[in-house]
Write a protein of this length. Structure first.
Length: 372
């Protein structure tokens, strides 16, 4: 369909990376890492250069998110997917309630469902629909997803939880850009390969005193088998010392630190506003074209970090995406593989320039008009 299509040079983005993870790591971060030479990479994570790096990340995130002083920033290896199991094994006492709206919120629910000594309950909506978590009696953890990466659905409101109930939020693709009041959240966790412009394989878990106490209490229960790599007492103890339990990827931590410094210079409100500006551009564009439409129909649930845009079935999106990837001008805008829709999924993470998103919209228009 697009075999002979040639993109006008003036419409080609300055950076081709629009994928929803791993995200765009600025070239200058790579250059800064290279400039450390022999003094960082290859250093033990028990030594001060790496401990200082971890400390910078922890303190920088506390500043950025305006984290209450008595909260703990836990850092560990394995990414947010590991935490799906780790939370079920070590922070849920008896029952978790999951509000699911797509692939990743569903994965979290399924991980808890497999644990024999807890009960996991699901409150499910169809992909593309939104759902805000709600307080419900009889559950000691309420689980919500700040931004469902597979569908581009975000939470628009947080509940107030009461008693011993904890509110846990998977913030993987939304942390830093989707508004969230951490004072209402007991366990806010994410990986840094999205808004925070790093690589995968690391997790950040910001814990309230209530969540920390729960995790440490459960860790003392010798009747529960929990692998050391998923042991919250180990993770918390090491994080209190500005360390991870086992060796982290130093480059990942370095890139995260650079992005936290950058975002703190701007401030969270400015980063969120920038995300909203990008989202307004993408959704207004999609609504104004006869061959496009936002997949998420309710505006309050439309993400300001991941936009999913349905495309007229007459347009072979996979052919166009394959062409642009071959030409090295646009990467990563294909739909989530399991969703099975003729769709573009476009990242609006902070490091993606507004001007490049403008160029991308014009480039898509230009290409589609040649075949319709």
């Amino acid at each position: 369909m697009f075999e002979n299509y040639q993109a006008p040079k003036e419409l080609i983005p300055s950076d081709p990376r629009f994928g929803c993870g791993p995200s765009l790591i600025p070239v200058e971060y790579l250059q800064k890492l290279a400039a450390t030479g022999v003094h960082l990479m290859g250093t033990s994570h028990r030594k001060s250069p790496i401990k200082n790096l971890v400390k910078d990340v922890q303190e920088g995130l506390k500043t950025y998110f305006e984290v209450p002083k008595d909260y703990t920033v836990v850092v560990g290896n394995g990414g947010a997917t590991l935490l799906f199991d780790m939370i079920g094994l070590g922070v849920v006492e008896k029952s978790s309630l999951h509000f699911t709206c797509g692939e990743f919120s569903e994965k979290w629910y399924k991980a808890h469902k497999l644990i024999p000594w807890i009960k996991a309950t699901q409150n499910c909506v169809l992909p593309g629909e939104g759902v805000n978590p709600q307080m419900a009696e009889g559950h000691d953890m309420i689980c919500g997803t700040l931004n469902e990466t597979s569908t581009g659905v975000m939470i628009s409101k947080l509940p107030s939880v009461t008693g011993d109930t904890l509110l846990a939020i998977d913030a993987t693709s939304g942390a830093g850009q989707v508004p969230c009041d951490l004072s209402k959240v007991d366990l806010f966790f994410f990986s840094p390969q999205k808004v925070f412009a790093s690589e995968g394989g690391l997790f950040i878990a910001i814990m309230s005193p209530k969540a920390r106490a729960r995790a440490l209490k459960i860790a003392e229960d010798k009747g529960r088998y929990v692998p050391d790599i998923m042991n919250w007492a180990q993770a918390i103890d090491n994080s209190d010392k500005n360390q991870t339990y086992n060796t982290p990827a130093i480059a990942t931590m370095f890139f995260l630190r650079e992005q936290v410094v950058h975002m703190n210079k701007l401030g969270r409100k400015a980063v969120e506003a920038d995300g909203n500006k990008k989202a307004e551009l993408i959704y207004k564009w999609a609504e104004s074209r006869p061959y496009l439409s936002p997949y998420v129909k309710e505006p309050q649930y439309r993400s300001n970090v991941v936009a999913t845009i349905d495309v007229d079935d007459k347009v072979d999106t996979m052919a166009l995406i394959a062409l642009w990837e071959k030409q090295k001008i646009v990467y990563g805008i294909d739909a989530y593989r399991k969703l099975g829709r003729n769709q573009f999924r476009i990242s609006m993470f902070h490091n993606i320039r507004f001007e490049d998103l403008e160029r991308l919209t014009k480039l898509i228009d230009h290409a589609i008009k040649t075949v319709l």
